[in-house]
Ligand binder design. Structure first.
Ligand SMILES: Cc1cc2nc3c(=O)[nH]c(=O)nc-3n(C[C@H](O)[C@H](O)[C@H](O)COP(=O)(O)O)c2cc1C
Length: 196
């Protein structure tokens, strides 16, 4: 296989496709209104209840999360691609993001914030720490203080995992410009004796 050496001084992530999650991070602005922004550099931080995402002080999301000490995470289904596009709409003169009006929200329960209506999984987080020296970016890590899931999405002893994903497909993001619907999966054949 002929490999091509990539220049690691340049971003490499838009030269190939990789699979990433896609969530909507919710924060509160200083004037009491809410903000939402899509994040794909976002995932659980460990097996315990921490969640992190990469952001930049250029974004209101970063400034709001650091100022208020809280944020929310909504996990949209593949049909909910429109709220994701709207949450990344441009800001107009005066700083508002008018496209946010198209995204229906409901109040968070444990932190001051909102969650996107219709998302199957919702997290409410308190800021744990930021790691600020990733170029212009930071990793924002929150402690999950509340988590809710649509009852239909919950795994359990009586559910067939393959059927569950088929009935309620998952959204995957392929940075920078594609998304996919995951509705068919295979069970990983763990090696006998495997332990986490
Ligand atoms: C599909 C998608 C994924 C994105 N992922 C990230 C991300 O992981 N980190 C980030 O800092 N910005 C990401 N962005 C960009 C910001 O979230 C976006 O510019 C947002 O509008 C910033 O809003 P804010 O100023 O209200 O925080 C993404 C944008 C899109 C459309």
């Amino acid at each position: 296989m002929p490999y091509i050496e990539l220049d690691v001084r340049q971003p490499i992530w838009d030269q190939v496709y990789m699979v990433a999650p896609l969530v909507l991070v919710g924060t509160m602005e200083a004037d009491g209104s809410h903000d939402l922004a899509p994040k794909h550099l976002a995932m659980p931080m460990s097996w315990q209840s921490w969640f992190g995402f990469v952001c930049t002080p250029r974004h209101a999301t970063w400034r709001n999360a650091v100022r208020t000490g809280v944020f929310t995470v909504s996990f949209p289904s593949p049909e909910a691609i429109l709220p994701i596009v709207m949450a990344a709409g441009p800001r107009v003169e005066g700083g508002e993001k008018p496209t946010l009006a198209a995204v229906e929200v409901e109040p968070a329960q444990k932190v001051d914030g909102v969650l996107v209506k219709g998302c199957g999984i919702a997290l409410e987080c308190e800021l744990h720490r930021t790691i600020d020296d990733l170029g212009e970016n930071s990793l924002i890590i929150g402690k999950v203080v509340a988590a809710r899931v649509d009852a239909e999405l919950l795994r359990g002893p009586d559910t067939d995992d393959n059927d569950l994903v088929h009935r309620h497909p998952l959204l995957a993001f392929l940075y920078p410009d594609r998304f996919a619907t995951i509705d068919a999966t295979n069970r990983l054949p763990y090696h006998t004796g495997f332990e986490r």
